[in-house]
Each structure stands twice: as structure tokens, then as C-alpha cells.
Write a protein that binds this ligand. Sequence first.
Ligand code: GUN
Length: 279
Amino acid sequence: MTRLIDGKAISAQIKEELKEQVEAMKADGQSVCLAVIQVGDDPASSIYVRNKKKACAYIGIQSLSYELKETTTQEELLELVEKLNQDENVHGILVQLPLPSHIDEDAIVKAIIPEKDVDGFHPESIGKMVIGEDGFESCTPAGVIQLLKRSGIEITGKECVVVGRSNNVGKPMGLLLLRENGTVTIAHSKTKNLKEVTKRADILIVAMGKPKYITSEYIKDGAVVIDVGMHRDSENKLCGDVDFEDVKDKVSAITPVPGGVGPMTIAMLMCNCVKAASK
Ligand code: GUN
């Protein structure tokens, strides 16, 4: 029987735990505050930002909202980040990506002090993940680890294949699976014989950005499949990088899209905010 890994339920459980933790912190006089910056009004970004602020409100995290014009200069954005870096009442800073093309995203990510880098995108956060030091983990890969652990799926010793090598998902995903004692392969667009590689996977994590690309031919019988993709198909329905209908009877467990990895990214962001305020 194929098991559906319910990201909505698992993220709700994490948010409940965080809510209790924040209540206890408040009773001790410790608040939690996240600054959320959006530049321009990209509709997809607006939805993400709204959901992040909604999660903050639910858990009891204060969110400060900065909605900046599309024409905001890099210098203006850096000034705001610097002001928030120095504000003792702000524990986390989130700059929603992508930024308009006239702004260097890398420069903004690096400008956020590592102590407030709740996205886990700063080179220092990535470096800490590499050497296994305590720091902020990238939210989507950390969410995938939580999905696996809370579903009772053992990672130690398993063949884990990640498809995709982005800085924000694929690479940190590989690092976190390695930390959990998985045997890790990161495949990407230049990988030869992708099917042969993915068919080795006991745990297959797909973050390649191609709608419904992974069909049953790419999957070993009984594999666990985690789909990080999010697209609209030809009928305007949400779908992932995995062809869910085609693979669902071949796998032992799979995340749906929507309702799989998506809600976990926000839950892990909330985790990082609470951690930032606890330090
Ligand atoms: N844009 C899409 N996903 C993310 C995310 O996790 N963090 C930020 N800052 N921007 C995003």
C-alpha cells in the first residue's frame, strides 16, 4: 500500500509545538519577531509572503511587513537590512526572492547578519551545515528531513538521490541527508543516464523544476519519493516534478503536490525564527 506523506498535517503539528514554545517564551518575557521584506508585487511572492505572515500570527510571532516598490534601489534595500540587523527587537529577517533584476540577490543575502538569517541562505549558515555545526538550516531541505523523520522513514544507510543542485534546495538537501547518515548522490541536468541513477534510490528527492518529469521508469519499486516541485499543468492544476498518477502504485510513500513539501518550508521558517529569538 502506498502511503501519502501528509505535509499539511505534519506542518500543523510543528506549528502547534512552536505555538506552545512561543507562549512559554512570552511568559518569560521573550518575544519573537520576524521582519518580512517584499520588493515589487510579483503575485506568487505575495502569496508566499501572506502565508508566512499568517503562520507567524498563528504561532504568536510578531511580523513586521515591508512592502517596497519595484523601483527600490539596491542601496535602499541594503540600508533597510542594515537597520533591521541592528534592531534588537527583530530576531529574523526574510527578504522574499526573487528580487527585481536590478538588485544583486547575493549581496542582499550576504548583508543579513547570520544571527538573523532565518532562511538559512547566508554562506555562514551553509558552511555550518557542511561541518555539522548548529546554525540555521535551509527551510525546504530541513522540512524534507522532518517529513521523513516524522513519517518514521529511516535515512541511515539508505541510498538517497537528490535530483537538482540549486543553492537553496539541492545542495543543502544533500548535506542534510548526509548528516542523517544517508548515502547521497546529487544528480543534475548534466547527469548521464539519470534513470539509472534515480532507480538506485531508496529515497528520491526531486527538485529539478520540470513539471511531471519523473515517471515510474525513474523509480525503484518501493522507493520513498519526495517532490519539491510546484507548477501548473496544462489544465492549470498544481503539480510537482513527479508524475504522481504514474508513480503512485510503484512507491511505498510519496508527498502530494500541493500539501507535501510546500507547507513544511513555512513551518521550518517559523522554527528558525523561534530559534533566533531563543539565542
Ligand atoms: N522565494 C521562494 N521560496 C523562498 C524562500 O524559502 N525564502 C525566500 N526568502 N524567498 C523565497
